[in-house]
Write a protein that binds this ligand. Structure first.
Ligand SMILES: Nc1ncnc2c1ncn2[C@@H]1O[C@H](COP(=O)(O)OP(=O)(O)OP(=O)(O)O)[C@@H](O)[C@H]1O
Length: 620
């Protein structure tokens, strides 16, 4: 019977494990003064644990395989030693023109993020360091020109970099450092052929960094392909993965998911920014249209949107422009997401099973477990292609200051849960994860029908609880006073009824059209007029359903006598916060000022280039 590989199966040469105290400072790391200056500018006062452990070893030239929790600062842990090494190389050889470092990531979003980190930490290095991102949408000619100048650092997905090597636009002859970030994901995005080809293209003996949130058999494969005796850092901090995050599970029916989401956001029971995860793209629009009717603004993030829009949504969310992102976790929708292991694995660790399969196997009967490929078509191992492969909507993305992750639909694996909740509680901050669970006996019983994967909710929750308890964390049951919440049920039903399948399809098509226009046609315009960018809000109303103005307000008679507090069951108080964060206040003040500046009516609209386009279109 197949066995899921566990991180103890990764043979280690030198292992630093469970380092909980971190007393290092950036001064003790002996970094170049220009890098130190950038650290001050970025307000990095103290290295995180992974940085404190990895940077000194990296500066000694060791290969590093680091497992550290999501949001623990892995990016700077490799970017800083890379910058240091390039500066050192250039100090010895000032006329050097060569690509010294290659950073591989699974998605465009991550490439963009890593480039921003590399650029900000090299901001005091003048022309000594140049980083290019090969996943940017530019013509081949422009990309060739960017590479012709021998950028010091190249950031890319495996496929992009290989295409450029094959066309001779990029040479790796002078490469001294290779990073594979999100190493546990790179292979699952279908890059195994590219990775195999790259393992032959990179010079032998260069320094390698494999950075990952989990040590899986995929990471082991990469290790055998690229590393020489790496130091393996298995880092566990006091309050590791999921630490600092209060985790709750709410058992409810399908329609109650909508009811509770409406109540939570309309009454601002959750303070701060929130990411809502749903199972697929249609569902993201269904929820957006539903919330829209109550005047609750949100923006969707899914694989269909152009990359520029996705990056823009994340940037704006991080700046505090939006409070709610509804993310469609397409990886889940594709069924099991992992690809088969590359043949080049040296130590025969090829009996890995997909994590999702493994979880369903364990939670279902043994017979099924032995024949995973015959269970359902979605259980077939499949390779992600094209847009899917270039896209990971939330993993590894640095959503900043997220107060709450709401699993509107539970993911299908505990590993995916870990990645999702890792979007909150980052860089030592606290956060909350709230998950809706459809009880097994409720599945399929009532209308509206539950999301298909919900039939596994209880089994997956059991896995999540087990995994979290191993890490010393608890997933507590959370109880809303459903009797009191019930006063909102009529409005919920009314609003949900208005969100027909047609309305969802229309919204989906319209949003893509709009985002394509924003992304492609206006990219240059906004590059030239950055101040107009703020008008490109992604949380605007789609208005695909009939407007019911009364739904936007909550009349007093709906409120429980104790106010908002009355909605939360005794014993659960104090977790779902009531009140406003300072960030919210800043956002609201910003909005007030914007409105003050607006002269209203046509004058205001004229200034919006998108609306000008529309107006012209309609006149014809
Ligand atoms: N030493 C530090 N001091 C202050 N903030 C830091 C420090 N290191 C990292 N951060 C911040 O912490 C956040 C998370 O960092 P980063 O994205 O590198 O984490 P990660 O481990 O790569 O997470 P993931 O696995 O989810 O990609 C970022 O916003 C980053 O700016």
């Amino acid at each position: 019977m197949k066995r899921k590989l566990d991180e103890n199966d990764v043979p280690s040469t030198e292992v630093a494990e469970a380092v909980s105290q971190n007393e290092s400072t950036f001064e003790t790391l002996n970094l170049d003064p220009r890098i130190r200056q950038a650290l001050v500018k970025e307000k990095f006062s103290k290295p995180t644990l992974v940085q404190a452990q990895a940077i000194p070893l990296a500066l000694e030239g060791k290969d590093i395989l680091a497992r550290a929790k999501t949001g623990s600062g892995k990016t700077a842990a490799y970017v800083l030693p890379i910058l240091q090494s390039i500066l050192r190389r250039k100090a010895n050889e000032p006329s050097l023109k060569a690509t010294s470092a290659l950073i591989l990531v699974p998605t465009r979003e991550l490439a963009d993020q890593v480039q921003r980190v590399a650029t900000s930490f090299s901001s005091f290095c003048g022309k000594d360091i140049r980083a290019v991102n090969l996943t940017q949408k530019v013509s081949d000619a422009v990309q060739r020109a960017m590479l012709a100048d021998f950028p010091d650092i190249v950031i890319s997905t495996p496929a992009r970099v290989l295409a450029n090597i094959n066309s001779s636009a990029l040479s790796l002859n002078e490469l001294t450092q290779l990073v594979i970030d999100e190493a546990d994901l790179v292979l699952s995005y279908g890059y195994e052929d590219d990775i195999n080809a790259l393992s032959k293209a990179v010079p032998r003996g260069i320094q390698t960094f494999l950075m990952s949130a989990t040590l899986t058999a995929e990471v082991d494969t990469l290790k055998s392909l690229f590393c020489r005796n790496p130091v393996i850092l298995k880092l566990t901090e006091a309050g590791d993965e999921g630490g600092g995050i209060s985790q709750f599970a709410v058992r409810c029916a399908e329609d109650e998911k909508f009811l509770l989401t409406y109540v939570i956001f309309k009454l601002e029971l959750v303070k701060g920014k929130c990411i809502i995860f749903v199972g697929d793209i249609d569902r993201s629009y269904r929820l957006k249209l539903f919330l829209e009717q109550f005047g609750i603004k949100s923006c969707v993030l899914n694989s269909e949107l152009p990359a520029n829009s996705r990056i823009h949504v994340v940037q704006e969310f991080n700046k505090g422009v939006y409070d709610i992102i509804i993310a469609a976790d397409d990886q889940e929708v594709l069924g099991t997401k992992k690809s088969k292991k590359p043949s080049a694995s040296k130590d025969g660790a090829s009996n890995d099973v997909d994590d999702a399969e493994a979880e369903f196997e364990e939670s279902s009967d043994d017979e099924a477990a032995q024949e995973p490929s015959t269970k359902t078509p979605s259980n077939k191992k499949q390779k992600l292609t094209g847009k899917q492969k270039d896209y990971g909507i939330s993993r590894g993305i640095d959503f900043q200051n997220v107060a709450c992750v709401l699993n509107f639909d539970l993911p299908t694996t505990s590993k995916s849960y870990t990645h999702r909740i890792g979007r909150t509680g980052r860089a030592g901050k606290t956060g909350m994860a709230l998950s809706f669970i459809i009880p097994k006996e409720e599945f399929g019983k009532h209308k509206p029908t539950s999301y298909p994967t919900a039939k596994h909710d209880e089994a997956v929750l059991a896995k999540i609880i087990k995994r979290q308890s191993k890490l010393g964390h608890e997933v507590k049951p959370y109880h809303f006073e459903m009797k009191k919440v019930d006063s909102f049920r009529y409005r919920m039903t009314d609003a949900l009824r208005a969100v027909t399948r047609l309305a969802v399809q229309e919204a989906r098509a319209r949003e893509i059209r709009q985002e394509l226009i924003k992304s492609e046609k206006l990219r240059r315009h906004f590059e030239e007029n950055p101040e107009e960018l703020r008008q490109l809000r992604h949380d605007g109303e789609i208005r695909a359903v009939r407007v019911q103005p009364h739904l936007k307000h909550v009349p007093d008679y709906l409120m429980p006598s104790k106010g908002k507090k009355g909605l939360v069951a005794t014993g659960s108080e104090g977790y779902v916060g009531i009140g406003k964060t300072s960030e919210n206040r800043i956002r609201k003040a910003r909005e007030r000022n914007r409105n003050k500046g607006r002269r209203g009516g046509a004058g205001g609209r004229k200034a919006d280039p998108l609306k000008t386009f529309n107006a012209k279109g309609r006149k014809k």
